[in-house]
Design a protein around this ligand. Structure first.
Ligand code: ZN
Length: 329
């Protein structure tokens, strides 16, 4: 027995543990997703995501103000429109729900970074992320054109960051070109570089009313077993000019957060998705787990894996807790 090495020495007290702690979750690195519902859409709490609501534009502004006061630097917007059609035409409406929210946020909470998710699935009547071809598959290049129009409408409204989540090939380069050609060189692109076809998105589809009406998204979102392909997707997006690359979901894909971190010279984000949130909430409501400790452990695992930016529905609750927490806890 060799007891000359005793790692327990550094775990002896709260002060000692705090002294040698390797990673911290910074409130300033968290992004809170916000759902904004158009005039005729229901507002209020989402049943599978307790504590998360669909807001009106005014409600989203009030919530963003509260988040900013807690030290949160960024929100990510998802729209729930009144009108859906096959071409997602309300997605690039200059008076669309996201465009109105961007304008209101930039006017009323000017210090906040406003990120807008860019996809079509909330705006298409078929629920897919792009324009369909005659076989019912998403037409990559026709969808790019549509994404460009939506991105420009966000840019005109004053967005800081456009975050394409559609997983079309070539969209980062396409969007960069379109934005730059219109003078929007300062708008950053946060790419959902490795987005998997995941069952963890279930509650989001209730929240955003975006369930595909037929089929699934496996012809454009990634196959969960593929790690090398995730790195390849990230490299392509970096080459095309992504300013931030994201891995989504987070918990079951931490190896890929690390792998992307290692090849990326830009910030890496991860998205702690709706299903990850709902599982914690459901188990905590049953008294099966300690929610706060689980959340702390999850969030620090993202940092340890290499995430610089964490998109999480727990952002507000974590920030509220950080205000009151003793630093030696
Ligand atoms: Zn989509």
């Amino acid at each position: 027995m060799n007891l000359e090495r005793r790692p327990r020495r550094l775990r002896a007290s709260a002060a000692m543990r705090s002294l040698v702690r390797e990673h911290d979750v910074r409130v300033s690195s968290l992004v809170q997703p916000l759902f904004v519902a158009d005039d005729r859409q229901p507002k209020g709490e989402i049943s599978s995501m307790p504590g998360i609501a669909r807001h009106s534009v005014e409600g989203a502004v009030a919530e963003a103000r509260a988040l900013h006061a807690l030290g949160i630097n960024a929100v990510m917007l998802f729209g729930i429109p009144d009108h859906k059609d096959a071409e997602a035409s309300s997605a690039h409406d200059p008076h669309g729900v996201v465009q109105r929210t961007i304008r209101a946020l930039k006017r009323d909470v000017p210090g906040l970074v406003v990120i807008a998710d860019l996809c079509n699935c909330e705006y298409t009547d078929h629920g897919h992320c792009g324009i369909l071809d005659e076989r019912g598959d998403v037409d990559n290049d026709a969808t790019l054109e549509l994404l460009g129009r939506i991105a420009l409408s966000y840019a005109e409204a004053g967005v800081d960051v456009v975050a394409p989540s559609d997983m079309m090939d070539g969209r980062i380069g396409y969007l960069r070109t379109i934005l730059d050609a219109s003078g929007y060189t300062a708008i950053a692109l946060m790419s959902y570089a490795a987005k998997f076809a995941s069952a963890f998105y279930g509650p989001f589809r209730e929240a955003a009313d975006s369930t595909p009406q037929f089929g699934d998204r496996r012809s454009y979102q990634m196959d969960p077993p593929n790690g090398r392909e995730a790195v390849r997707e990230a490299i392509l997006d970096l080459e095309e000019g992504a300013d931030i690359v994201m891995v989504k979901p987070a918990l079951a894909y931490l190896d890929l957060v690390r792998a992307v971190r290692e090849i990326s010279d830009v910030p890496v984000a991860c998205y702690n998705v709706s299903g990850e949130y709902a599982m914690v909430k459901a188990a905590a409501r049953n008294g099966w787990i300690d929610e706060d400790r689980i959340v702390d452990e999850m969030l620090v695992s993202f940092v340890r894996a290499g995430a610089d930016v964490i998109v999480t529905y727990f952002a507000k609750a974590f920030a509220e807790r950080s205000r009151t927490k003793s630093p030696n806890a």
